[in-house]
Design a protein around this ligand. Structure first.
Ligand code: ATP
Length: 207
């Protein structure tokens, strides 16, 4: 289980206060809330990318305290962001981008999983669409077989058919591996279909 308990986090000031949520193996937790309510901040805390002011993150029974964690805890969690172009080195081909966490090796199986075929793998980010690049990011996120996958507005830039395809790949991975997913989206219809349960953050406090 991936659990955040009593998370208070932000930047100069807190943007979320006392948020608790759980991602169960094999299940999908949705995270909803208006723009600015702190969804990405919570996602980054759970992905061990942002240190909370207070609260704990627990990964499969191990508590991360004082934000000290082992590399093996970090690699249990895969992350997919909204804008694939900001998360891929523009000099890499898609094949190299997918292979990055593996430090080389064959990516054919991963590429097949996300339906990236043939010459697309030898192109660089500026030569492919957002959807094709996000497929590569999903393959990269799955390369180390994460126990949990955090999808932060993963489909915002994509059309309905690419969204459905990527959600289908993630569901199949969950069935096969028992991984848990945290799905963040503005799209209530998508979350209603995708998530088993949804946590809703409230509107940000006026400053
Ligand atoms: N790196 C940062 N430094 C300072 N403030 C930040 C930073 N990142 C986010 N914020 C602020 O924290 C608040 C919450 O942002 P966050 O991105 O977590 O919300 P969100 O619910 O994901 O929003 P959206 O749905 O618009 O992506 C916002 O007021 C935002 O301006």
């Amino acid at each position: 289980m991936l659990t955040g308990t009593g998370i208070t986090a932000g930047y100069r000031d807190p943007v979320v206060t006392d948020v608790s949520l759980t991602v169960q193996p094999g299940r999908t937790t949705g995270l909803a809330g208006p723009s600015g309510s702190g969804k990405s901040t919570v996602a980054r805390v759970l992905a061990l990318l942002h240190k909370p002011f207070s609260g704990t993150v627990e990964i499969d029974g191990e508590t991360v305290t004082g934000f000290r964690f082992k590399a093996t805890q970090r690699t249990k969690i895969g992350v997919l962001f909204q804008q694939p172009r900001l998360s891929v080195d523009p000099r890499f081909t898609l094949r190299q981008a997918i292979a990055e966490p593996l430090r080389g090796g064959d990516v054919t199986e991963l590429a097949d999983l996300v339906m990236l075929t043939g010459d697309l793998l030898d192109r660089r980010p500026h030569e492919v669409s957002d959807g094709q690049l996000q497929r590569a990011c999903l393959a990269r996120a799955l390369a180390l077989k994460p126990r949990y996958l955090i999808c932060d507005e993963m489909t915002t830039m994509l059309d309905a058919s690419t969204t459905a395809a990527l959600v289908g790949v993630i569901r199949a991975y969950q069935r096969e591996s028992g991984a848990g997913v945290l799905a963040i989206s503005h799209d209530a219809t998508l979350l209603a279909r995708w998530a088993d349960e949804t946590v809703r953050l409230s509107a940000p406090l006026p400053r």
